[in-house]
Design a protein around this ligand. Sequence first.
Ligand SMILES: [Zn+2]
Length: 488
Amino acid sequence: MHFDVLIRSAQVLDGTGAPPFQADIGIRDERIVAIGELGQHTATASLDATGRYLAPGFIDVHTHDDTNVIRTPEMLPKLSQGVTTVVVGNCGISASPVSLEGKVPDPMNLLGRVEDFRYPSFAAYAAAVDAAIPSVNVAALVGHTSLRSQVMNDFARPASMAEIDAMQALLARALDEGALGLSSGLAYRNAFHAPTAEMKPLVAAVGKAGGVYTTHLRDEFAGLLDAMDEAFATARCGEVPLVISHLKCAGAGNWGNAHRALDRLDTAARHQRAHCDCYPYTAGSSTLDLGQVSDEIEITITWSEPHPDQARRPLKAIAADWGVSLLEAARRLQPAGAVYHNMSEDDMQQVLAHPLSMVGSDGLPNDPHPHPRLWGAFPRVLARYSRDLGLIPLSEAVRKMTSLSAANFGLTDRGVIREGAFADLTLFDLETLEDTADYDIPIAPAHGIELVMVNGVIGYRHGAATGERAGRMLRRSRHLTHRMEDSP
Ligand SMILES: [Zn+2]
């Protein structure tokens, strides 16, 4: 057999959690066609991977890259981490189906400016992604807050029956056109007033289509467990698989509760398909939320529209300079972005290590001084938490970013190294692997990612993009089931 690319003598982590094994991998067109001892075959390009690990390309299940995959299709923050697929549209905010005039509702402003919201249908968005040919594959959720923005003028109340019907129609069409499911961001002020009764008919539409429901919970602080129960009930009612976004115990008063939250997740998962995603840091980041302003934690401002000169400074220092309270300073800074150091390391590690958690960066690509997770989340899990701290075996860490993610989001023939699967691959050197982005210098590519292939095309090699991009829109093709026992 003749291969387009032959990767020789790699330590293969196939994504399933199985221990690594040494093999050659033959690739033709966009797929893996052979695995084993392939020395007798010819190849157009052949590369020696001795001493390196070859994994399925990482799937970033929690992103806000909606408009960036079109505007900056190189997608270096993700490609340089070994990510080959991004799931966009999380936390209730998506670029489609949306058209906007005037002000962009919070936190949709994380995705871009008003002119970036120009995809009135999911089909139009998907076509724009395909036309941009990003370096990574893209799969997309529809955001509940985005749906609200299309049918409501006032977000500080529940939607009316007529508005729910209108959102349901928009959602059903998007699901028909290939959206993976629905996301919500119930903690944000523009979705907080949506009661469970508003969510249920929308989630039911997702269940009917065989999609997935992801939710940034209504409360990640003292009310975490109740918010989890609400999410389980909503998903159960719609017979839809659930992913709790960036599960965390936020706020100093809530530290030490991860085992309670994970117990709750385990219990629910006995009866319904339920998972979570997690990023390997103890700080969160989003728009500046007055409800989260507290002197118990450190808050750093990353951007501010009225006071751009205050970016990168602690809120405490700004308030002291201005001679005002933290809350008043925060009010004056808005609209703004912030990093909140609001988790405990032990809680985060428990969530990351749990078998039902996947890795998602939650990176904010439009923040001028982003949280380091944008450039570092995936290598950090492998290097710091698996190799250095031994929190999880390497094969398990890779499973959390590949096969588990593909199964939960219905991405067929991805997230696994086997004959017939798409050739989305990441080759890395575990010895030199390191996330280099930190809170001071957050825009920095990881070390040790040696090669990244997307759909059979090498997009990244020797620390730089090759200029060849082969990502595409991944439209929903599989009907997901809500019961744990019939997992794909
Ligand atoms: Zn979120």
